[in-house]
Design a protein. Structure first.
Length: 384
């Protein structure tokens, strides 16, 4: 009888060890790296390891996978966001499994194609666990390899990172990968071990981290990156309310990708560099009715664009669901201090917004004379 066994290589041996571990995996790849999926499945035992594989290739598919838009499809932060989304998906698929056994992987690549590329040929791989976020990036010398060879390198980078995350011996595979790279093609790696409280937040056993005594003024935001406008806004709000303002970052958001541990660390560090005295609370409260449950009786300091989203039915099941959320915020004794923002290229303050009356009743306006700052975090990130 003809043997159907897979010939032994550093990669098949590594995949075999991964299958022998207790890890369970969801992987998402875009732009390159899909050969890693077939490699995982070609070695017997794949059903023990792989829960799901996704290839969100189009921009729309990628945004759906991530739960929000990204500035660039092929970059290290997007790989990390893909890995976090994959980990959350693994948790959803196997709620009974110890979450410390789950792995989420993301790979985004820009490789040789039938069209000339102005940018670098590059591969970004990320792995998310309950306790750590890791990314590895590799920029390839252009014109040195065809698409097939670059695809294999992407797959090998994925498998090596997977083996290391699964605590399998990946040393032979990493050595074999490095041997195929030029001296000017180093692998760059970044990782962030989570403090215990961050893991508990991710697992849902905590709803907030570093929360001071119940704050009375809260400035929620992504702060990606924070800028002087945020600091000015907090200062004016503190004077107006006669209260210290606490910054709040939610690790999950309604229309943005979830935050991994590297991203959390980066944003906390940037906020503290901006404002050394800043009090910051991390939460898992993506909506304002969830924030209101955490911060009963507080005033939320928001921009007009955020308030418009709170009143927009598309963020709810329907208008009845929206009205119920607004009523719950009111029942919690929360209010909004609303600063003007550029909306559709026009600076608008509270009195100019089309929002539900029940929401407007919870709001106080900051006039354009008191505050106007047209700088946005998106413009700072993208250079627009």
């Amino acid at each position: 009888m003809t043997s159907l066994s897979v010939p032994s290589t550093a990669w098949t041996d590594l995949v075999g060890r991964i299958h022998s571990s207790e890890c369970q995996l969801v992987i998402a790849v875009t732009g390159g790296g899909s050969k890693a999926i077939s490699q995982i499945l070609e070695v017997p035992g794949g059903s023990r390891t792989l829960l799901e594989a996704a290839v969100p290739y189009s921009q729309a598919a990628l945004e759906q996978w991530l739960g929000g838009a990204v500035d660039q499809a092929c970059c290290e932060p997007t790989a990390r966001a893909m890995a976090m989304a994959a980990w959350l998906r693994a948790r959803q698929l196997t709620p009974e499994t110890d979450p410390h056994q789950l792995l989420g992987m993301g790979c985004t690549a820009s490789l040789a194609s039938n069209r000339p590329k102005r940018g670098d040929h590059r591969i970004h791989v990320a792995v998310q666990t309950a306790t750590e976020s890791t990314s590895v990036s590799l920029t390839l010398a252009k014109g040195e390899r065809d698409r097939k060879k670059e695809e294999w390198l992407a797959a090998k980078l994925v498998l090596t990172a997977l083996g290391e995350a699964a605590k399998s011996d990946a040393s032979a595979a990493r050595h074999a990968l490095i041997e195929q790279l030029r001296d000017d093609e180093p692998i760059h790696q970044c990782s962030q071990q989570a403090p215990k409280a961050w893991t508990e937040l991710l697992l849902g056993s905590l709803v907030s981290v570093d929360q001071p005594e119940l704050p009375h003024a809260v400035l929620p935001g992504a702060f990606n990156p924070p800028h002087i406008g945020h600091q000015r806004l907090a200062g004016i709000a503190a004077q107006r309310l006669g209260l210290p303002v606490v910054y709040e970052i939610s690790v999950t958001n309604v229309d943005k990708p979830p935050l991994d541990f590297i991203e959390i660390s980066s944003r906390l560090s940037a906020l503290r560099q901006l404002d050394e005295t800043a009090k910051i609370v991390l939460t898992d409260a993506p909506t304002f009715w969830q924030k209101a449950a955490l911060f009963s009786g507080c005033t939320f300091v928001v921009g007009a664009d955020t308030l418009v989203r709170i009143g927009n039915p598309r963020y709810y099941k329907d208008t009845t669901d929206r009205d119920a959320a607004i009523a719950e915020i009111a029942d919690r004794g929360c209010r909004f201090l609303v600063f003007g923002r550029l909306i559709d290229d026009r600076f608008q303050v509270l009195s100019e917004l089309a929002i539900p009356d029940k929401l407007r009743d919870l709001c106080d306006e900051v006039s354009a004379a008191e505050f106007r700052d047209d700088v946005s975090s998106t413009e700072l990130r993208t250079g627009d």
